[in-house]
Design a binder for this molecule. Structure first.
Ligand SMILES: *[C@@H]1O[C@H](CO)[C@@H](O)[C@H](O)[C@H]1NC(C)=O
Ligand SMILES: *[C@@H]1O[C@H](CO)[C@@H](O)[C@H](O)[C@H]1NC(C)=O
Ligand SMILES: *[C@@H]1O[C@H](CO)[C@@H](O)[C@H](O)[C@H]1NC(C)=O
Length: 704
């Protein structure tokens, strides 16, 4: 159920052994000599950092990157590279027999598969898919249900060889969501890494769900009994090697490359990339959202990094290595891999155990480390916790301040005296070879960011985006070491802010909902025109739901999340989603919708009790009955209401923020019944409409 939990092994204490000789005069002299010898040159930013974005047609809230000389967006960085497949082909041309994908067995060095071998394997595997009846067109969806590994990437490339689209599945989706995806995309063939994952898919088929599933391909060995069990329900099980044969036909730019299913729960918006967080039972994922992407979005975005190419000091080179551990089921990690491939660079996979990540880092010595803020926070906390004595602490802070001062003059390096004395053991823990780090998926605290910029002595970029825009929207400019913003629009994006009057954000003040347009914006949700229309307006603007503010130097700051807000008749403002998130902590509550309006003076709620706990929860209160009966039982309603109000009180809800009455509803809000968006937000207007009779009844009853 849960995904990776980050358990980093403890980082070493910074070495603070200032020898006494350093305090002598001789030391000062040698220090000066040392400084002169290693005096660095500051980094030249690619544009004026005081004007990082440019207003389009004189509209100051609609802006593009200052890197482009005209309002035309960058669609393709290299004219001939228009698909993810072509990106790989470019790397293949550059690197040939050079290393491409790396993996390691416990306590062993990394072993590498060359570009030529990867291409060959992908090609024959793709042909194998054709043999199994997959059609070479973008409406053919192939499932992958596996942890990051070379086989994952080879399988993805195999699909692209024949224009097929990849649908990543992952544990945290939960069984119901998995069934929904497999049916929606009519998937017949799924690649799995291990027998247990394949078995969970088989279980659905045995129950009569996912009728289209007919073939499972495993990366690892499986037992005879399993194959037998599969045969009984008409599913063929193969090992990866068995599927390899030959053929050829690369995809066209407009074709779908990837169908990416993002996850979340009602009322609990999860960041689409943030799956390093374990999900608690109560927040288990229930529904999924299918998104479609076109090939060209991937290639216009690969210059997530490459757009800074022309600056020389910062570009991905063939020698670069990244470590792959963020789930490949998310766009962010896929973008990174293809950004490496296009330059013929290397991708090393972690062993599959996040607690061994630091060990893998030491063995791989990556130059590029993609991270989520949570991981950087861990590293920061561990460094801080390891420095206990006040003296050491003072030295550490002093060293950090010296390095920060250098950063402010544009110098990034890892060979100062402070690095040798204080920071190099920390750097060594991360492999000792980092050139750049990219953090995305959630905001990072300015303190942690500037501390680590000093400590790690490498470039740390911050990006902002979401799955619907292929993970990228804005990116911090090389050479900008300030914090508290997410940089300027990527050269492939136009970003504007629009009014949210109910939250008091107005574009004329440079604040509002962030909207984005450009080639990396997604094509729509799979088979869901209504949701597509809600996310993408008729002019092609993607409405992100985040609230941003333009800063005077043309960078964007994320200030809030768009919320639904209304006023009660006595004039109090209510943010229902905040209240719903609190009520979700009540044990019997699975889903909750809080309603109120300016004609009423209090709130009411629609609650879907959790089918898994509700019956037992009732029994503990001496009430016996089926789930359905309990939902209609007024005593149960009272008990749930009391529990919710107690939870609300504990969480500090004011009395006007508490619901006064409830309706218990036995059927979950879902994408299928139209009450959730594909990104699992409640469709508030629809829920209100559907439950209007119950809502009216509650108000009438309590009024009397
Ligand atoms: C946008 O900028 C990139 C990088 O400078 C350049 O290659 C591209 O031609 C520019 N596009 C336009 C239309 O100016
Ligand atoms: C310092 O950075 C360079 C790359 O910029 C890298 O090659 C070197 O290994 C790094 N040294 C340490 C100690 O991290
Ligand atoms: C950009 O503006 C923000 C807010 O005014 C500031 O914090 C940041 O330091 C500025 N960055 C640069 C590079 O001037």
């Amino acid at each position: 159920q849960t995904c990776h939990r980050l358990l980093l092994p403890s980082l070493p204490r910074p070495s603070l052994s200032l020898s006494s000789s350093l305090l002598g005069l001789g030391a000062v002299a040698s220090l000066t000599a040392y400084w002169l010898a290693t005096r660095p040159r500051p980094m030249r930013p690619p544009c004026d950092l005081k004007a990082q974005s440019v207003a389009i047609r004189g509209d100051p809230v609609c802006r593009r990157s200052a890197l482009n000389k005209s309002d035309c967006l960058l669609y393709f960085y290299y004219d001939d590279i228009r698909t993810a497949f072509a990106m790989f082909q470019r790397g293949l041309k550059i690197a040939g027999d050079g290393p491409c994908l790396g993996f390691r067995k416990p306590n062993q060095p990394y072993e590498w598969i060359s570009y030529n071998e990867v291409a060959e394997q992908a090609h024959v595997l793709g042909s194998g898919l054709l043999v199994k009846g997959c059609q070479p067109n973008p409406q053919q969806f192939v499932g992958i249900f596996a942890q990051n590994s070379p086989q994952w990437t080879i399988t993805e490339l195999a699909c692209y060889y024949y224009s097929m689209a990849v649908v990543p599945l992952y544990d945290t989706l939960g069984p119901e969501a998995m069934v929904h995806i497999l049916d929606l995309a009519e998937i017949s063939l799924v690649f799995c890494d291990r027998e247990d994952k394949a078995a969970s898919l088989l279980e659905n088929k045995e129950k009569g769900a996912t009728p289209t599933l007919s073939c499972l391909v495993l990366f690892k060995d499986f037992g005879r009994a399993f194959a037998e069990r599969a045969r009984k329900c008409d599913v063929e099980v193969l090992k990866l090697e068995q599927l390899m044969v030959s053929g050829k036909e690369p995809p066209q730019p407009q074709d779908l490359a990837v169908v990416c299913f993002t996850s979340g729960t009602t009322g609990t918006p999860y960041d689409v990339f943030d799956c390093l967080r374990g999900f608690s039972r109560r927040r288990r994922l229930r529904v999924i959202s299918p998104l479609c992407f076109a090939h060209f979005s991937i290639s216009s975005l690969f210059f997530f990094f490459s757009s800074f190419l022309f600056q020389g000091s910062f570009e991905i080179r063939q020698e670069d290595v990244t470590i792959s551990y963020l789930p490949l089921a998310h766009m962010f990690e896929r973008m990174i891999q293809f950004s490496m491939f296009v330059h013929g660079a290397r991708v090393g996979f972690y062993q599959g155990d996040i607690s061994l990540l630091m060990d893998d880092m030491r063995a791989l010595k990556p130059t590029f480390f993609p991270v989520v803020p949570r991981l950087l926070n861990r590293i920061y906390d561990q460094i801080m916790a390891s420095v206990t004595s006040p003296f050491r602490r003072a030295v550490l802070h002093f060293a950090v301040r010296r390095k920060q001062a250098e950063l402010n003059s544009g110098i990034v390096r890892n060979n100062t005296l402070w690095d040798m004395l204080v920071f190099n053991k920390i750097q060594a823990k991360l492999g000792g070879n980092l050139r750049f780090v990219l953090t995305a998926s959630a905001p990072i605290s300015p303190t942690v960011l500037s501390f680590l910029r000093a400590t790690l002595g490498c470039l740390i970029f911050e990006g902002y985006g979401q799955t619907e825009c292929t993970a990228g929207c804005t990116f911090s400019m090389p050479g900008d070491f300030s914090t508290g913003h997410v940089g300027a629009p990527l050269p492939c994006a136009i970003v504007k802010v629009v009014d949210i009057p109910e939250m008091n954000y107005f574009a004329k003040n440079g604040e509002g909902e962030i909207c984005m347009r450009g080639p990396s914006v997604f094509g729509g949700y799979l088979k869901d025109p209504q949701s597509t229309a809600e996310a993408l307006d008729s002019d092609g603007w993607l409405h992100t739901g985040d609230v941003g503010q333009w800063l005077p130097n043309g960078t964007l700051r994320i200030v809030d999340r768009k919320k639904h807000i209304f006023k009660l008749s006595q004039g109090e403002y209510i943010a229902p989603e905040k209240i719903e998130n609190i009520y979700m902590r009540s044990v019997p509550v699975l889903q909750v919708f809080v309603h109120g309006d300016s004609l009423e003076s209090y709130l009411v709620g629609i609650v879907v009790p959790d089918p898994e706990v509700f019956v037992d929860w009732a029994k503990e209160r001496g009430i016996v009955g089926s789930y359905q009966e309990l939902c209609e039982n007024p005593d149960m309603k009272k008990a749930v209401l009391e529990d919710m109000r107690a939870v609300g009180k504990e969480a500090g809800l004011k009395s006007f923020e508490q619901v006064r009455d409830l309706h218990l509803h036995p059927e979950m809000f879902s994408v299928a019944n139209g009450l959730l968006t594909p990104t699992f937000k409640s469709r508030r207007a629809d829920i209100r409409r559907v439950f209007q009779p119950q809502i009216s009844k509650m108000y009438k009853k309590t009024a009397n």
